[in-house]
Ligand binder design. Structure first.
Ligand SMILES: Cc1cc2nc3c(=O)[nH]c(=O)nc-3n(C[C@H](O)[C@H](O)[C@H](O)COP(=O)(O)OP(=O)(O)OC[C@H]3O[C@@H](n4cnc5c(N)ncnc54)[C@H](O)[C@@H]3O)c2cc1C
Length: 103
């Protein structure tokens, strides 16, 4: 946070100078960056500069449909198969449980 070098805001509550959108992917990238910055500060090193992140979005429509966008190749559009396979089954709940090592 500007003026508070040891206070971090991530996700929807954050207004980044890079204009990140209020979405899940930027929130996860900001969280990873904040963790690196906190570790650097704890080692007495300067916090790395946040350079922003691209957008990535997956919007399932029912269990077998959806539309999505990935940041590569200038914005790659995804359709029913890719989005339903990646997110439609559990809306990333399984992925987040793994990241959090939840049983
Ligand atoms: C309908 C909808 C669809 C969306 N679809 C997509 C999508 O397809 N792709 C995408 O990338 N993003 C999507 N988003 C945006 C995405 O959900 C958010 O950007 C993301 O969840 C932000 O994460 P966050 O951790 O910052 O906030 P949140 O996920 O909102 O988490 C904040 C947490 O803080 C808790 N909380 C609030 N106040 C307090 C308090 N006083 N004490 C303790 N806890 C508190 C809340 O209960 C909540 O659990 C969608 C959002 C909505 C509403």
């Amino acid at each position: 946070m500007e003026g508070c070098p040891r206070v971090f805001a991530i996700g929807d509550v954050a207004a980044t100078p890079t204009g990140d959108s209020k979405q899940g992917y930027p929130a996860a990238q900001q969280a990873a960056h904040a963790a690196k910055a906190i570790c650097a500060l704890m080692r007495g090193q300067p916090a790395p500069l946040y350079r922003g992140t691209a957008n990535a979005m997956f919007v399932p429509i029912g269990p077998s449909g959806g539309v999505g966008e990935l940041p590569m190749l200038g914005g790659m559009m995804l359709g029913d198969f890719a989005v339903s396979t990646m997110k439609g089954k559990d809306y990333f709940v399984g992925t987040v449980r793994k990241i959090m090592r939840a049983k």
